[in-house]
Design a protein around this ligand. Structure first.
Ligand code: THU
Length: 164
């Protein structure tokens, strides 16, 4: 067998002020979205903000439910809204922030596997990288594209594979 290796690089910022103005704004919108989350069961309020090519910013938050699995994450709320309401306006970045109780988390929150899958679908079908900005009070991570967070991704190419 041959050993294969997958690795990726990302940026870590100590201060939000070192980011581009547009991305500072995007993170602020993600923080605003987390304030609007409906998360009475976990108390973990997550906010996402999707930046579209047009410059529009779409906010989404996690929406929980008494039937726990019926809840949805902030990232998928925001992505679904942008896909449904602004078709053709391709996402170019998504910022994510989260609050534990009334405080923003110290460490950045990373999207769950389900959300990575959905963000990657948009990235792949649009052939347009989606930058991922993960906010924490302590540091901010910037990842160039969603595919980096989902190595060996399952995507629609696989559905076209010929099976003898
Ligand atoms: N959650 C998100 O909204 N996004 C993430 O990236 C991680 C988890 C939500 C789901 C649930 O409502 C709460 O956070 C606790 O898991």
């Amino acid at each position: 067998a041959e050993i294969k290796n997958i690795s990726f690089s990302y940026l870590e910022y100590d201060s939000i002020d070192d980011l581009d103005g547009l991305y500072i704004k995007l993170i602020e919108e993600a923080k605003k979205a987390s304030e609007d989350a409906y998360a009475p069961y976990s108390g973990f309020r997550v906010g996402a903000a999707v930046l579209l090519e047009s410059g529009k910013i779409i906010r989404g938050s996690n929406v929980e439910n008494a039937a726990f699995p019926s809840g949805i994450c902030a990232e998928r709320t925001a992505m679904s809204y942008s896909v449904s309401n602004f078709p053709g306006d391709k996402p170019s970045a998504i910022a994510i922030a989260a609050m534990n109780g009334n405080n923003f988390t110290y460490t950045p929150v990373s999207p769950c596997g389900n959300c990575r899958q959905m963000i990657t679908e948009e990235e792949f079908r649009n052939n347009r990288e989606i930058k991922i900005l993960l906010y924490g009070e302590n540091r901010i991570l910037v990842i160039e594209n969603a595919a980096s967070l989902l190595p060996l991704q399952f995507n629609k190419e696989a559905l076209n594979l010929y099976h003898p």
